[in-house]
Design a protein around this ligand. Structure first.
Ligand code: GBH
Length: 478
C-alpha cells in the first residue's frame, strides 16, 4: 500500500539549489535617491487606472535602505541563493552615463550576500526601462538593444567577478506583450504588432549582451528567464480550440524558445502574423540578417518561471469567475497579437488570491515537453509562487494555502526531475510581499509578510516550512 504521489516523501538531488527571488522596482523604493531617474514603471504607475489603488514603487519595501535586514532574512531561512534585479535607471540614469552611486548600492548588496554565505543571482532587466529610452521608442527602437549592451557591460564590469550567474531579461513575454499589445504593463502601449517588434528587440538585446559579456571575458554563467505556460484546448474535441491553443503556445512559448534554442522563428507564428504591420511595414522587417545568430548564442542556464497554464478557445466565452479579483491581464484586451478571438474560459480549478488557477501538473508537463522539444542547457526555476490575502495574527502568518501551493509545485517539479529533466534549483517568488505591478500592494506573493506602514517583516509559516525543505532537500510524506 504505497501512498498516493501527492503524499509520498520526495527527495531532491544532492546539491539542488534553494532560493528566493525579488525584483528592483517591486522592493527597493528610494525612487529618486542617489541619482536614479524614472523608469517606465514610475511613469505608468501614475497613469490613472493603470495600477489598482494608484500604488507606485516610490517606497515599496524600502529595501534600498533595509537590504542588510533582508539579506539576514534569507540567511536565517537557510536559503543558499538569492535572485534580485539591478535597476537600469540607477546604474545608467536616463540610459546615459554611468552613475557610481547607483552601482555602489549593488556592490553593497552583493558584499552583504557573499558575507552571509548566500550566492547572488543577478537579473539585468526586470522591466524598469529608463523613461528617456522609452521616449526614444523604447523596445520598439532597435537602438535600445545597443543601449542595453552598454548597461550590461557596466554591471558586468562592476560585479561580474563576484556574481556566478547573470541573466539578461526577466520574462520578455511580459515586457513585449503586456507592455505593447494589451497595455496592462508599462509602457502601456496597445499597438498589436508592436509587441512582436519589442519581443524581437528584447531578444536581440539578450543575444548581443551575451556576446559582449563573453568577449569581455565573463566567467559567470549567462542566461535568460522566460515565463512559460501550458496551453491546452478548452474543448479537446474541437479543432478551433486546438488551433487557439497552438497559437497561444506559439505567441507565449515558442516565439522565444525557438529563436533562443533553434535560431529561427516558428513558421506557424510567422505565417499567422505575416499581415501584421508596425510603422507601415511587416513587423518581421525588424529581423535583420545575423540577429538570430546573436539571439541563439549559447546559454549556460535557462530560467523558467511557472505560475499556471490555461485552456484556450477560439469561440466566444464569458470571462471566467476569478473570485472577484480584478484581472488586468484579461479585462483589457488580448496580449496575443492577432488573437482578439482567443478566449480563456477557465476550467473550474481552484484559484489563488490573485485569481489565477492552480495547476501543478502543468509544471511537470511543461518541463518534460521543453526537454523533449529542445536541446536545453541546465534549468533553474527562477520563480514560482502564489498570492493570498495574508494577515499577521498574534505575530504569526498562517498561510497554509501558500504552503500547499508551493508543496504541490515542488512535487510536480520533482516528478519532472525523475523523468530526466535537468533542473538544478528553485527560487520561491517572492522573498517579500511587494509591489505586484498592475495589482499594486494588495496582492501578497511573499514568503515573508511586509507591513507597509511600519516596514516590519514577518516570515510566514510557509517560509518556515520552505526553510525545512531547503535544509533537508526533502518533502516529508503525510
Ligand atoms: C512574474 O510575472 C514576474 O516576474 C514577477 O515580477 C511578478 O511579481 C510575479 O510573476 C507574480 O505576478 O491569465 O490567470 O493565467 C508573472 C506574469 C503571471 C503573466 C500569470 C501572465 C497569467 C494569469 N504572468 N499571468 S492567467
Amino acid at each position: 500500500d504505497t501512498p498516493p504521489a501527492h503524499l509520498r516523501p520526495v527527495e531532491f538531488p544532492p546539491g539542488f539549489g534553494w532560493g528566493a527571488a525579488t525584483a528592483a522596482y517591486q522592493i527597493e523604493g528610494a525612487a529618486a535617491e542617489d541619482g536614479r531617474t524614472p523608469s517606465i514603471w514610475d511613469t505608468y504607475s501614475r497613469l490613472p487606472g493603470a495600477v489598482i489603488g494608484g500604488d507606485t514603487g516610490d517606497v515599496a519595501c524600502d529595501h534600498y535602505h533595509r537590504y542588510p535586514e533582508d539579506v539576514a532574512l534569507v540567511r536565517d531561512l537557510g536559503l543558499g541563493s538569492y535572485r534580485f534585479s539591478v535597476a537600469w535607471p540607477r546604474v545608467r540614469p536616463d540610459g546615459g552615463a554611468v552613475n557610481q552611486a547607483g552601482l555602489d548600492f549593488y556592490r553593497r548588496l552583493v558584499d552583504e550576500l557573499l558575507g552571509a554565505g548566500i550566492t547572488p543571482w543577478l537579473t539585468l532587466y526586470h522591466w524598469d526601462l529608463p523613461q528617456t529610452l522609452e521616449d526614444a521608442g523604447g523596445w520598439t527602437n532597435r537602438d535600445t538593444a545597443h543601449r542595453f549592451v552598454d548597461y550590461a557591460r557596466t554591471v558586468h564590469d562592476a560585479l561580474g567577478d563576484r556574481v556566478p550567474t547573470i541573466t539578461t531579461m526577466n520574462e520578455p513575454w511580459c515586457s513585449a506583450f503586456l507592455g505593447h499589445t494589451s497595455g496592462r504593463h508599462a509602457p502601456g502601449r496597445r499597438e498589436g504588432a508592436a509587441g512582436l517588434v519589442a519581443a524581437h528587440h528584447l531578444m536581440l538585446a539578450h543575444g548581443l549582451a551575451v556576446q559582449a559579456l563573453r568577449a569581455d571575458g565573463a566567467t559567470a554563467d549567462l542566461g535568460i528567464t522566460l515565463n512559460l505556460t501550458v496551453a491546452d484546448p478548452h474543448d479537446p474535441t474541437d479543432p478551433v480550440d486546438h488551433d487557439a491553443a497552438r497559437r497561444v503556445d506559439g505567441l507565449f512559448n515558442r516565439v522565444f524558445l525557438d529563436p533562443l534554442l533553434r535560431g529561427a522563428y516558428p513558421e506557424d507564428v510567422l505565417a499567422d502574423t505575416a499581415a501584421m504591420q508596425f510603422a507601415g511595414r511587416p513587423w518581421s522587417d525588424v529581423v535583420h540578417d545575423g540577429d538570430l545568430a546573436a539571439v541563439s548564442s549559447k546559454l549556460d542556464v535557462l530560467g523558467v518561471n511557472y505560475y499556471n497554464g490555461a485552456a484556450y478557445s477560439g469561440h466566444p466565452h464569458p470571462a471566467p469567475d476569478d473570485g472577484g479579483v480584478r484581472h488586468p491581464d484579461l479585462l483589457s484586451g488580448t496580449p496575443f497579437p492577432g488573437g482578439e478571438d482567443i478566449t480563456e474560459p477557465g476550467r473550474g480549478l481552484p484559484r489563488t488570491g490573485i485569481g489565477w488557477e492552480v495547476q501543478p501538473e502543468g509544471f511537470t508537463r511543461l518541463l518534460v515537453r521543453l526537454d523533449a522539444d529542445y536541446d536545453l542547457p541546465p534549468i533553474w526555476i527562477t520563480e514560482n509562487g502564489a498570492a493570498y490575502p495574508d494577515e499577521v495574527v498574534d505575530g504569526r502568518v498562517e498561510d497554509h494555502e501558500r504552503r500547499a501551493y508551493v508543496e504541490a509545485h515542488l512535487r510536480a517539479l520533482h516528478a519532472a526531475i525523475e523523468a530526466g529533466v535537468d533542473v538544478r534549483g528553485y527560487f520561491a517568488w517572492s522573498l517579500l510581499d511587494n509591489f505586484e505591478w498592475s495589482y499594486g500592494y494588495g496582492q501578497r506573493f511573499g514568503i515573508v509578510h511586509v507591513d507597509y506602514d511600519t516596514q516590519v517583516r514577518t516570515p510566514k509559516s510557509s517560509a518556515h516550512w520552505y526553510a525545512r525543505v531547503a535544509a533537508s532537500g526533502r518533502i516529508e510524506g503525510h
